[in-house]
Design a protein around this ligand. Structure first.
Ligand SMILES: Nc1ncnc2c1ncn2[C@@H]1O[C@H](COP(=O)(O)OP(=O)(O)OP(=O)(O)O)[C@@H](O)[C@H]1O
Length: 227
């Protein structure tokens, strides 16, 4: 993933906000990057842009050798579906579906998908995330941390190459948070998963192989340190 001269202005009427300013970053395959920075520094905006969800940017974003700005909406949706898993800050679960349905539903849109394999992987992920006995519950019956783990299982279902997460441990107690971090480290080490995680949490940042700091929409290199 590479950005060149990346900028993003959020249109707030008279009060337009420059969320990203001239961001130049390269993330290699297999990296585990944590994005740190104060509230409002552009972290969530950066994730949305590099994940192909926000197309209103200036400059260039290249993902797996493709210039996102030159892709059709359909091609971009396909790239997202095949290669990227998202864990959003507010989970975005579907409230009328059960846990297992939430995890498997995005994969059902894949015409080449194998339903049995998909269900088996969903069950395995729920097991790994300590939710095996909650598969039939709806999100309303779960705690915030459990919902977060459902969102993580859903993001991992299609074996993405790149996992983009916004505060993935933000709602979790210390033990559950530690389990998620272990899972990320395992997926990164064993399956070569590239992870880009926005976080405020020290524990997660310590697990990363690189820290990227944002400040007022710019990459902040004043405090560079090896992770
Ligand atoms: N949809 C939007 N419309 C208008 N302004 C927005 C929108 N999304 C973000 N912004 C503004 O862009 C700037 C960067 O926001 P962003 O959410 O990317 O920051 P952040 O670093 O992720 O913050 P936090 O840590 O609080 O989640 C902020 O000033 C924010 O108010």
């Amino acid at each position: 993933m590479r950005t060149r001269g990346l900028g993003r202005v959020h249109d707030g009427g008279r009060d337009a906000r420059r969320a990203l300013v001239d961001v130049e970053i390269v993330i290699e395959e297999g990296e585990f990057v944590c994005v740190l920075g104060p509230s409002g520094s552009g972290k969530s905006t950066l994730l949305a842009v590099i994940g192909g969800l926000d197309r209103g940017y200036e400059g260039q974003v290249e993902l797996y050798g493709q210039d996102l700005g030159r892709m059709s909406d359909a091609a971009l949706a396909r790239l997202r579906g095949e290669r990227i898993g998202f864990v959003f800050q507010h989970f975005h679960l579907l409230h009328h579906l059960t846990v297992i349905e939430n995890v498997t539903t995005p994969a059902l849109f894949d015409p080449r998908g194998d339903e049995h394999a998909c269900l088996a992987r969903a069950k395995q992920l729920l097991e790994r995330l300590g939710l095996a006995d909650r598969a039939g519950d709806t999100p309303a019956e779960l705690s915030g941390g459990q919902r977060q783990r459902v969102a993580i299982a859903r993001a991992l279902l299609r074996k993405p190459k790149l996992l983009l997460c916004d505060e993935p441990t933000g709602n979790l107690d210390a033990d559950t948070g530690a389990r998620i971090i272990e899972l990320f480290e395992e997926l990164h080490r064993e399956e070569g998963l590239t992870i880009v995680a926005v976080t405020h949490e020290e524990r997660l940042a310590r697990a990363a192989t690189r820290i990227l700091r944002l400040k007022e929409g710019r990459v902040d290199t004043s405090n560079e340190e090896p992770a």
